[in-house]
Design a binder for this molecule. Structure first.
Ligand code: ADP
Length: 336
């Protein structure tokens, strides 16, 4: 249950009339639900809504279009992003951003919602400073690696997808007495690995945040063997010290094991968003618009505990996202 802050819309000559939304960086399931929430909330408050195609690139290339209520119909259940997304190196230059600001001004956009990850928020923060246009961020990434929010849109779906795939792998692993290395996404973060591994009952979870050795992984396998286990599932974060599951498989092979590899890769990015992600995206997208209408100038709408709240982009850039050591310890105890 979300506890949502109450914002009072500011009514003045300067109040916001046109709000644009874009998705940037890696796509995540639930981004469409967030776009829908931004557009419908904007329209519900008597303002005009605009969609920017292809993230910050669309701001430079004038891919800015009005969006009506029906333009976001039938998308809440769809993965990916109807606005498409991109990585835009030009936006990292002052010249590129100047062009983007000119286009935003030409369209009369007086508020922007950026749905993306921490990179997108760094861009958003600079855009606010250089343009004076208020920008709210909505955390959309499967990695769940953004500080000041417990959750990001897409994470729950990615973890559920990973768990379903591990369940299938376990069926064959236990039938054939096999060791399976399952590589999951997450860039430099072990959040997806930890949650997928714990939910899938993995014997070992290898994350970038905690250094380990091949010896200790072998020990975990052997501990299982001594207890009569005939198969092992090892969940490996792509960003771990070994550089993913493939190099780790080579190390285990050198020590006489014959591990099988399953690289989940982009399967975890796709698919219909879970109920949780749809609710999260709908809530955060709506609150981003409420806060713009109430005169908030910048920041990310996140959720900590049950509380939806806003954190300035500066604070987000200063704080690291932390992996729960307690959860990691619990996962180790459960795998014994
Ligand atoms: P994510 O938002 O998923 O973390 P990226 O890190 O690739 O993805 O960032 C998405 C986009 O945000 C970049 O392609 C760039 O356009 C913009 N961006 C990232 N960092 C900056 C920065 N320091 N200054 C300006 N724009 C940035």
């Amino acid at each position: 249950m979300f506890i949502i802050p109450k914002f009072k819309p500011v009514k003045s000559k300067k109040s916001i009339k046109r709000i644009a939304v874009l998705t940037s960086g890696g796509d995540a399931p639930g981004m469409n639900a967030a776009i829908r929430a931004v557009v419908r909330t904007t329209l519900a408050h008597g303002c005009e809504a605009f969609g920017v195609q292809r993230g910050y690139s669309g701001l430079l290339e004038n891919l800015i279009h009005p969006m009506g209520a029906s333009s976001v119909a039938n998308i809440i259940q769809r993965g990916g992003t109807i606005l498409r997304t991109s990585r835009c190196p030009e936006f990292m230059t002052r010249k590129g951003r100047k062009q983007a600001i000119e286009l935003l001004e030409r369209h009369g956009i007086d508020g922007l919602v950026v749905i993306g990850g921490d990179g997108s928020f760094r861009g958003a923060s600079i855009l606010v400073k250089e343009s004076g246009i208020p920008v709210m961020g909505v955390p959309g990434t499967i990695d769940n690696d953004i500080p000041c929010t417990d959750d990001t849109i897409g994470f729950d779906t990615a973890v559920n997808t990973g768990i379903q795939l591990i369940d299938k792998i376990r069926d064959t692993a236990s039938s054939h007495d096999r060791i399976f290395l399952v590589e999951v996404m997450g860039r430099h973060s072990g959040m997806i690995a930890l949650h997928t591994g714990m939910g899938g009952g993995a014997e070992t979870i290898v994350v970038p945040e905690v250094r380990t050795t091949v010896n200790s992984i072998v020990e975990a396998i052997e501990r299982g063997v001594r207890r009569g286990k005939t198969s092992s599932i090892i969940v490996v974060a792509e960003g771990c010290q070994f550089g993913g599951a493939t190099p780790l498989a080579k190390e285990l092979t050198k020590r006489g094991y014959s591990p099988k590899l399953a690289i989940l890769g982009h399967t975890q990015r796709g698919g219909s968003p879970s109920a949780h992600d749809r609710l999260l995206a709908s809530t955060l997208g709506a609150v981003a618009v409420h806060s713009l209408l109430a005169g908030v100038k910048e920041g990310m709408v996140g959720v900590e505990g049950d509380y939806v709240h806003i954190t300035s982009f500066k604070r987000i850039s200063q704080k690291p996202a932390v992996l729960s050591q307690q959860l990691l310890e619990i996962s180790r105890d459960l795998a014994v």
